[in-house]
Design a protein around this ligand. Structure first.
Ligand code: FEO
Length: 402
């Protein structure tokens, strides 16, 4: 049975909810599921904005046929060709023989890679700024390459001032019937997953996100309709501001996160002592994570949120504790920069992880490394306590400068 929601009189949400998928892209845990958004515009012509993942195609097709009530579907606009949004193309072509696919040159290159389809006479290849009239509604296409793939574009509907933004402004998490941002407590219930989605999915492409944001400054926006998560119809600047910060790699908060690996509890002990000492000096909302039990996507999200990161790791096989090594590689891959860091290492006979962590941090841009870098030999001793207090003072004075 159909399950849809009205965006406006002429625009209907026809997407689907997936609360069964455990790992998005087979990488990222999504304990709250995910929503695949798709939007159907009904005017003299009808146009669908993107399709959905194959897991919800049955629901999706029921939704479309319900909204169309026997009418034909004239256009399928393909803003993004990642399979979580393009899986329904082949089936839609069968259901609607008159339907034309609307995309750019790169879109159609990807379609040919993913599908073996005869598209003769069924394509409309658009360029940046091309418009497409549906009657009273007009679509204008705006390229947003690498947010998140090279073919990505956004579609702006000029009459109702709706931006169909593809992956941008999306979030992990299945909607619970409440589709709009003003129907949920976004800051409480959605922001952590929206940040985790941003940092891990498009975090690498800050410059490209900024380029896309710049194009939006010319548009009057009434709603932002992403491919995942809530539709924005109030307080758009709240989320636009988050994107401005994240894409410039500016910390969202003046906050400290301590991330540790610990084999027998001694490195953890150092982190707990430092965290408690910071708290006694007035630092609030300190975050502490065991790297072995916290998914790396959460740590990346925290790295995008916090101004200060303390990394603590044992030496392992003469190098960095593997989970910490993985995190450092991921930070580099995602272009994380402009952070204040501190390092704690542990090693019973040949401590080496701090030197190697420092070297990897040297590959990130605009990293300030606080002193002292602390070496624990097996367990915390009196001299380590003194160093931890010195490091606390360094963190405090660095926070005061912000
Ligand atoms: Fe939601 Fe890049 O796909």
């Amino acid at each position: 049975m159909y399950c849809t929601r009205k965006i406006t009189d002429a625009v209907t949400w026809v997407g689907g909810y997936d609360r069964r998928l455990a790992l998005f892209e087979n990488l990222f845990p999504i304990s709250r599921g995910i929503t695949y958004n798709s939007y159907l515009i009904s005017d003299e012509k009808t146009a669908l904005i993107d399709t959905v993942d194959s897991s919800v195609t049955r629901q999706f097709l029921e939704n479309i046929h319900y909204v169309l009530r026997g009418r034909s579907l004239n256009y399928l606009v393909i803003n993004h060709m990642e399979p979580d949004h393009c899986a329904g193309i082949e089936e839609l072509l069968l259901h609607f023989p008159e339907m034309k696919l609307v995309g750019n040159a790169k879109t159609f290159a990807f379609i040919r890679q993913f599908y073996d389809l005869n598209l003769d006479g069924r394509t409309l290849v658009i360029k940046e700024g091309t418009t497409l009239s549906l009657g009273t509604h007009t679509l204008r296409f705006c390229f947003a390459p690498m947010v998140h793939w090279p073919e990505v574009m956004m579609t702006y509907e000029q009459k109702e001032k709706l931006l169909f933004s593809a992956d941008a402004f999306g979030s992990f998490g299945a909607l619970n019937g409440n589709l709009f941002n003003d129907e949920v407590d976004f800051a409480r219930d959605w922001l952590p997953d929206a940040r985790r989605y941003y940092g891990n999915i498009v975090g690498k492409y800050g410059a490209q996100v900024q380029a896309a944001l710049k194009k939006l400054t010319d548009m009057e926006l009434r709603m932002i309709c992403p491919l995942h998560g809530p539709v924005w119809r109030t307080n758009l600047d709240y989320f636009l501001d988050k994107y401005r910060l994240w894409s410039r790699y500016e910390p969202e908060e003046h906050a400290v996160a301590l991330i540790y690996g610990s084999m027998y509890g001694d490195t953890e002990n150092a982190v707990n002592i430092l965290a408690s000492s910071l708290a006694e000096s007035g630092v609030k909302n300190i975050a502490v994570y065991d790297i072995s039990t916290t998914h790396i996507s959460t740590l990346i999200a925290e790295a995008f949120r916090c101004s200060h990161l303390v990394l603590a790791a044992p030496t392992y096989n003469g190098g960095i504790y593997p989970a910490m090594l993985n995190l450092l590689h991921d930070m580099k891959a995602l272009n994380l920069q402009n952070r204040t860091m501190a390092l704690i290492e542990n090693g019973s006979w040949a401590p080496a992880s701090a030197r190697q962590m420092r070297s990897l941090l040297g590959e990130l841009k605009q990293i300030e490394l606080l002193e002292p870098v602390i070496t624990v030999k097996s367990a915390i001793k009196k001299e380590n306590l003194d160093e931890l207090l010195q490091l606390k003072e360094s963190i405090l004075s660095s926070l005061e400068k912000l």
